[in-house]
Design a protein around this ligand. Structure first.
Ligand SMILES: [Zn+2]
Length: 300
C-alpha cells in the first residue's frame, strides 16, 4: 500500500474514532518520502544527477534522534557465506560519502545478481540529522559522535578521558556520557548482530587512507589460520593500512573486539564536486571487497 494511501486511510479511521491503526514501522514509512525528498534537493544542489533513494526497496525499523528513518538495503541469500556490510555517512558534515553510499546502493540493485552467493547489506545514511540539520554536523542531534559511541572494551576507561585530554573536549568528537547511548549507534550494532557480516566497509572523508582494523590486531589464536590469511589477503588486495583507533569507534569495536575485518575508506576530501570522481576511482575496490570471500570465524 502506498504511504499516501495509508495516510488517507489513517485519517479516515481516526475521524471514525478508531484511534491509531498503524504500527511504528508504518509511521516511519510515512517519513521515507520526506527523507528521499530532502536527498533529491541535496543531489540537485550539488549537480549529482538523479538521487536513487526513491526507487530502492529500503528497510527500516528505527529512527534517528529527530525521527528520520534509518534506512538499509539487503541483497543476496540469507545463508550466504560471504556477507558484507557497508556503512556510510555516520558523520553528517563529510558530504562525499553520501554520494558514494547511494551510488553503491544503486550499483548493488543493478549488479548484485552477478554475485548470487554473496550477501550485501548497505546503510548509506547513518546520520541523517547531522547532514540535514543547519549547520551540518559531524555529530548526531544529541551532539554525540556516533563513531566514538560503540561499547568497545576500552570505552568506560578511556573514551571520556581521551576525549578530554587528547581532543581537548572537542565538541565534534564527544563520545556521549555512556556507550551505545544513541539510536544511530544501536542501528549499526543491530545490523551487525542481525546480519553477522564477514567484513565491514565504512565510508568517510577526508583523511585519504584505506584503514584496516581486523584480526592482526588481536590475538590470532582466536581465529583459524585460514580466516586470518583471508583477512590479510583482503587487506593487501586493497592496499589498506592499519592506522590508530579510538575508544568507541566502529573499527575498534568490530575489527579489534569482534575480529571482523573492517575497512574504512576515507575519501580524499569532503569536496562535493569531487564525489563523482571518487565513485569512479573506488567502485572497483568496493566491488572487489564485496566479492572477496572470508571463511566464517571459528567459534572456538
Ligand atoms: Zn568520518
Amino acid at each position: 500500500m502506498s504511504s499516501s494511501l495509508k495516510q488517507i486511510l489513517s485519517g479516515i479511521l481516526m475521524m471514525a474514532g478508531a484511534g491509531m491503526p498503524f504500527s511504528v514501522a508504518d509511521e516511519i514509512e510515512a517519513d521515507l518520502p520526506s527523507l528521499c525528498g530532502s536527498l533529491d534537493k541535496a543531489f540537485q544542489k550539488r549537480a549529482w544527477g538523479k538521487n536513487p533513494c526513491g526507487s530502492l526497496s529500503w528497510k527500516f525499523e528505527t529512527t534517528s534522534v529527530q525521527g528520520r528513518p534509518l534506512i538499509y538495503l539487503v541483497f543476496g541469500p540469507e545463508n550466504s557465506k560471504n556477507t558484507t556490510l557497508i556503512l556510510s555517512m555516520v558523520h553528517g558534515d563529510e558530504i562525499t560519502p553520501l554520494y558514494l553510499g547511494f551510488q553503491i546502493s544503486q550499483w548493488a540493485e543493478e549488479n548484485m545478481k552477478r554475485y548470487p552467493d554473496a550477501r550485501l547489506v548497505i546503510a548509506p545514511f547513518i546520520n541523517p540529522d547531522g547532514f540535514l540539520g543547519y549547520p551540518k554536523s559531524r555529530t548526531n542531534a544529541h551532539g554525540v559522535d556516533c563513531n566514538r559511541n560503540f561499547s568497545t572494551r576500552d570505552w568506560q576507561k578511556e573514551a571520556l578521558a581521551q576525549w578530554k585530554k587528547r581532543f581537548h573536549s572537542d565538541k565534534r568528537r564527544f563520545p556521549g556520557y555512556k556507550p551505545d547511548s544513541e539510536p544511530e549507534t544501536l542501528f549499526q550494532k543491530g545490523l551487525i548482530e542481525k546480519f553477522k557480516p564477514h567484513k565491514i566497509i565504512s565510508i568517510h572523508s577526508p583523511l585519504n587512507v584505506l584503514d584496516y582494523d581486523g584480526p592482526d590486531h588481536v590475538k590470532l589464536f582466536r581465529f583459524s589460520e585460514e580466516y586470518v590469511e583471508k583477512c590479510q589477503e583482503l587487506r593487501e588486495k586493497l592496499n589498506a593500512k592499519s592506522t590508530g583507533f579510538y575508544p568507541g569507534s566502529l573499527g575498534n569495536f568490530t575489527g579489534k573486539d569482534l575480529g571482523i575485518p573492517t575497512i574504512t575508506l576515507e575519501l580524499p576530501t569532503a569536496n562535493h564536486t569531487k564525489a563523482k570522481e571518487y565513485w569512479q576511482k573506488f567502485k572497483k575496490g568496493l566491488e572487489l571487497a564485496i566479492s572477496h570471500e572470508i571463511p566464517p570465524r571459528s567459534t572456538k
